[in-house]
Design a protein around this ligand. Structure first.
Ligand code: NIG
Ligand code: FE
Length: 393
């Protein structure tokens, strides 16, 4: 099967082929053109009038599909009541301490059948796909028991997530000692097959020592280490994560100024989550400075029922451009190739290059309209693995 997208006003391409990530997003090129895909792969940047399917881009942009490298799928239910509490003045950490937060989503997950969890998560994935996200990572973390976490891994696989991360160290289960739970995390990491390990370091969760220990566990298991750090406080977890060889540090709203330059130099991505920052009225990370210093900057939705019930990468890009002072191309690099690198998928996805998997989206206008027409859904068509999986009616 072949698909040809023609009459694009802009085709987003890297400055050269084979780059694992971009430390300068502005190196991306946006030029008019066409893309032809064949047998699931990008075949050429030219028109093919004989293609089986022709999509007229009508002057709009063609981009690689978005890569959402940080979500908390699968989860059960939502927590809208807590959001209302939060905006009317109750801090997240207090909500968490009083049985809300992660614990309440853990109860909801435990009470939901596999079918119900998969139905909700599949619907969300479908929504993400229509909004241009062709690759999705998800995390465990609402299981909150050994069996619950193993079930989450299984549900994540059943959902067909592109990557399943073991966030076994998300919250300390009620009635368990933190260090005793870390022993369980160690056993879970050995027992479960996951694509990466993650931890939530915060006053209400785990410590820098636990992060160091998870780094050893990840090295032993041969999987990348990722970490939720500096979300509500400057815990100085970033140097610990860097020393442990982390693939990414995520959140960073309270990144300590002294930790910025080492992070920017490291081969470790700065995954920024402006949905959580905006909806939680969190601090804003030094995103402009990180980009200027050449960090591997990444954007993701953090889609979860607590801090960021957001599924839309276009909305995330809109928030980032406005709040971080990033150019559109900086935000696009962060939402595509750099995010694919976090997941170890950069060789086959994340940018439009001949031979890469044909994951691309056609927008109804220029790329600059994504942040500018904030809240508008710009996605007119989605091609994943060479197949047209969504076309706006
Ligand atoms: O990435 N910070 C920790 N974990 C999630 C929130 C989880 C929840 O509140 O349910 C996050 O923001
Ligand atoms: Fe998260």
């Amino acid at each position: 099967v072949s698909v040809c997208v023609r009459n694009a006003g802009q085709v987003l391409r890297p400055p050269e082929d084979g780059l694992p990530y971009l430390r300068r997003g502005n190196d991306l090129r946006l030029e008019p053109g066409a893309v032809t895909v064949r047998d699931g792969l990008i075949a050429a940047f030219e028109d093919d009038p004989a293609a089986d399917v022709i999509i007229d881009a009508r002057g709009g942009a063609v981009l690689p599909g978005f890569v959402d490298c940080h979500t908390h799928l699968p989860f059960a239910g939502w927590r809208a009541r807590e959001y209302e509490q939060k905006v009317t003045g109750v801090p997240y950490e207090e909500i968490a301490r009083s049985g809300g937060g992660i614990a309440s989503s853990a109860r909801a997950l435990a009470e939901a059948t596999d079918e119900a969890v998969l139905a909700q998560a599949s619907a969300l994935r479908e929504e993400m796909l229509r909004l241009g996200t062709t690759t999705v990572e998800g995390k465990t973390g609402y299981g909150l028991s050994v069996e619950g976490e193993l079930r989450s891994v299984r549900l994540g696989r059943a959902l067909g997530l592109d990557r399943v991360t073991g966030l076994f160290a998300h919250a300390v289960p009620p009635g368990v000692e933190r260090t005793a739970w870390m022993d369980e995390v160690d056993r879970l990491a050995a027992a479960a097959t996951v694509d990466a390990l993650d931890i939530y370091v915060e006053s209400v969760a785990f410590t820098n020592d636990d992060l160091e220990r998870l780094g050893e566990i990840a090295a032993r298991e041969g999987v990348p280490l990722r970490a939720h750090v500096e979300q509500f406080n400057a815990n100085r977890s970033t140097p610990v994560a860097l020393a442990a060889g982390a693939r990414s540090v995520d959140h960073l709203a309270c990144l300590h100024p002294d930790d910025l330059a080492p992070l920017a130099r490291a081969e470790c991505a700065a995954v920024l989550l402006p949905g959580a920052e905006f909806l939680g009225a969190e601090h804003t990370p030094p995103a402009r400075a990180l980009a200027d210093a050449g960090a591997i900057c990444v954007l993701a939705t953090d889609c979860n029922p607590g801090t960021s019930p957001v599924a839309s990468m276009p909305v995330i890009i809109g928030l980032a451009v406005r709040r971080y002072g990033w150019s559109v191309r900086e935000a696009l690099a962060a939402a595509t190739l750099n995010a694919a690198w976090v997941l170890g998928l950069h060789e086959e996805r994340g940018s439009l290059e001949v031979g890469k998997r044909a994951d691309l989206i056609v927008l109804d206008g220029p790329a600059e309209h994504i942040p500018y027409r904030f809240g508008h859904d710009p996605v007119a068509a989605v091609v994943r693995g060479g197949e047209v999986v969504w076309r706006r009616p």
